[in-house]
Design a protein around this ligand. Structure first.
Ligand code: PLP
Length: 372
């Protein structure tokens, strides 16, 4: 076999994730390996927990990073909180709401779907009506920031509705955390998961999660065992909990957690509000530039995500050829449309470390050139 070391080029990642990561986070990953039960490592895990509590704006003790990507964070919430026969209201306005539905079905839950058009926010009115019609519903699940469309839904209003109807909430914050406000305690979110590779600007493969006391109570009073051993939070608790002596559950991805520590520290030092503002500022610069190029943003301003921009492909343009030129000539990655938007839109990400002036300028200049 003629195989040599893999040396990827340095790309600028302005797609739907993974996003650009800073040199500091990259370097953190190459520090020496230590044992995952080494007291120094255990101390670092405690710091990650504190930094995640800050990022999620929560005091929840059950806050940590699942050793697997965002989809595993999603499964963590569903397999632990949905028992066979539980009615779950699932909001679908894109790919990831659809994936939530899959999870409910696979857990033996009884899904009630609230559907909204792709490119629109989850309708508060429809969710309200559905919760009225299904007083036995136990959980409301929705995606805060739909990466397939670039739409933000009103998580605060949806959580308030869920509380009025005695439902727990499961919230997907994979793309929202760090890029727009996510306030777990203030909004009363019960179970939330995110991903390391979006606005946290860390290496992919980790999923921060947080469970409220009500979610932990539901989990600890289950009638049936969680069907996934790995994701069963009653077992993981002993590993991440600061109060008890840490016990072996699985081997932590040691160097990926160094990177998460470094990226969360950067977010803490910058400050959440400053990070949200930076994403908003970079978005408005990008939006202005795209308009000057004659390109249209497809999502209404009222629910547009700053960190994920859905751009309509002009008539007659070969969208894949444009993306290939950006990649080959500029080392710049933007995303293709997903699901209903495949072939109709590009997705330009401004996530975390990628939400910088130089990236916006490069993206606009490169697009101007390749579109001719
Ligand atoms: N939820 C949303 C909103 C996402 O954007 C993604 C990934 O893009 C996921 C869940 C799944 O995360 P992962 O690809 O890390 O498994």
């Amino acid at each position: 076999m003629d195989i040599s070391s893999f040396n990827p080029p340095r790309r600028i990642l302005m797609g739907p994730g993974p996003s650009d990561i800073s040199p500091q986070v990259l370097q953190a990953q190459s520090r020496p390996i230590i044992g995952h039960l080494d007291p120094l490592f255990v101390n670092m895990m405690d710091e990650i927990k504190a930094l995640l509590q800050y990022a999620f704006q929560t005091q929840n003790a059950h806050t940590f990073a699942v050793s697997a990507p965002g989809s595993a964070g999603m499964e963590t919430c569903f397999v632990n909180l949905v028992e066979p026969g539980d009615k779950v209201v699932v909001c679908i306005n894109g790919v990831f709401g659809q994936r939530m539905l899959e999870n409910v079905e696979r857990c033996g839950g009884v899904p009630v779907v609230v559907e909204d058009s792709w490119g629109e926010a989850v309708s508060i009115e429809k969710v309200s009506q559905t919760l009225e019609q299904h007083p036995d519903a136990k959980i409301l699940a929705f995606v805060h920031a739909e990466t397939s469309t670039g739409v933000a839904s009103d998580a605060q209003a949806l959580c308030a509705l869920a509380k009025q109807h005695n439902c727990l909430t499961i919230v997907d914050a994979v793309t929202s955390l760090g890029g727009i406000p996510v306030k777990v305690d203030e909004w009363g979110i019960d179970a939330i998961y995110s991903g390391s590779q979006k606005c946290l600007s860390c290496v992919p493969g980790l999923s921060p999660v947080s469970f409220s006391q009500a979610a932990v109570s539901k989990l600890t009073s289950r009638n049936s065992k969680v069907q996934s051993w790995f994701l069963d939070q009653s077992l993981v608790m002993g590993y991440w909990s600061g109060e008890q002596k840490r016990s072996y559950h699985h081997t932590a991805p040691v160097t990926a957690l160094y990177a998460l520590h470094e990226s969360l520290l950067a977010l803490y030092k910058e400050g959440l509000e400053q990070s949200w503002q930076r994403h908003a500022d970079m978005h408005s610069q990008l939006a202005d530039g795209l308009t000057e190029l004659g390109l249209d943003l497809m999502v209404d301003q009222s629910c547009r995500l700053p960190q994920l921009n859905l751009v309509a492909i002009p008539n007659g343009v070969d969208e894949a050829a444009i993306r290939a030129k950006l990649l080959n000539n500029y080392n710049l990655e933007i995303g293709a449309g997903l699901g209903q938007f495949a072939g109709k839109a590009w997705r330009i990400g401004l996530m975390g470390y990628a939400a910088r002036k130089e990236n916006v300028s490069l993206c606009l200049a490169a697009l101007a050139e390749v579109l001719g």
